[in-house]
Design a protein around this ligand. Structure first.
Ligand code: NAP
Ligand code: MN
Length: 262
């Protein structure tokens, strides 16, 4: 699937023809491999479209701009991608996914999966919420909201919030504050927190009000939330292992530092 711009659509037809000529069966219903053409945002959309097939599907990202975090190929590397897919024997590289369970006061439950992060914000006023880590009441948060991110999501919204960049093979979740109020009365940790695989983070909003739950590139609105729980999902996202895999630190440098003239 490709994002809607002339460049992505041109890459799409070029790739489509090359794969068809190479004898691949091209189907959007039950794919073994999903190729996303666009940016990291496009890969997020592809992830959500094929979320129900996460166990069996492998993803490939083609970036039509700069090199991204979920994209191993650039738009001028279509031939290389087709060659690599011809030699493919099913090798994969997997990254953790976040599971979100939102429970309303009436008992209704909604579950989501996020590849980057989920955030909880109160729409009208300052959000006041208890933060639990496992069975420990960790803090009472006051501020705009809270974000829980995956390792691969650590370079996205989480980074703008002052969170740490985690290597994607570290199986952990990161809780980051969105503009917390800190003074003599209200106190939160201030820094982001990285919790291991088995730990659960829960956010319990204090007021009966409207809240937004953002899950990657989508936002949902709920009234009367009892609690929102965050876990590492049992299922990971699989990518087609690329022979010439760009190192994660290379990507971080390319995206955020570049080549600085000294
Ligand atoms: P968008 O607003 O169009 O793009 C957000 C930017 O984040 C794009 O430059 C995107 O790269 C990049 N990005 C996405 N995932 C990334 C990752 N894992 N590591 C580093 N950069 C990443 O929204 P979108 O494309 O639909 O993406 C949704 C994401 O935007 C959310 O999951 C959240 O992480 C992020 N976001 C960030 C802020 C913030 O930093 N203040 C606020 C809201 C949301 P591409 O150009 O390659 O697509
Ligand atoms: Mn985008």
């Amino acid at each position: 699937m490709a994002s809607r711009n002339p460049k992505s659509e041109a890459v799409y037809s070029q790739l489509f023809n090359a794969l068809r000529d190479a004898g691949f069966i091209l189907s959007s219903k039950q794919p073994d491999i999903v190729i996303s053409i666009g940016g990291d945002g496009m890969l997020l959309s592809a992830f959500h479209k094929y979320e129900h097939l996460l166990d069996t599907v492998r993803f490939v990202g083609v970036h039509t701009g700069h090199l991204g975090f979920y994209t191993d190929y650039r738009d001028f590397e279509i031939d290389k991608l087709v060659e690599n897919l011809k030699m493919d024997r099913g090798a994969k590289i997997s990254y953790p996914v976040l599971r979100i369970v939102l429970q309303l006061k009436n008992g209704d439950k909604f579950t989501y999966r996020a590849l980057n992060e989920a955030t909880v914000k109160r729409l009208s006023k300052t959000m006041v919420a208890d933060v639990m880590i496992n069975q420990v009441h960790f803090e009472q948060f006051r501020g705009d909201g809270l974000s829980v991110s995956t390792p691969t999501g650590s370079t996205a919204y989480n980074k703008s919030l002052g969170g740490a960049v985690l290597h994607p093979t570290i199986e952990a979740l990161q809780l980051a504050e969105i503009a917390s109020l800190n003074n003599r009365v209200y106190r939160t940790l201030g820094s982001s927190v990285v919790v291991p695989k088995k730990d659960k983070i829960a956010i319990i909003p204090m007021h009966n009000d409207r809240y937004s739950l953002s899950v990657d590139n989508k936002t949902y609105v709920y009234d009367s939330i009892e609690a929102v729980g965050f876990y590492l999902d049992n299922t990971k996202i699989n990518f087609v292992a690329t022979p010439s895999h760009t190192s994660f630190w290379e990507r971080v440098k390319d995206a955020f530092i570049g080549d600085v003239d000294v």
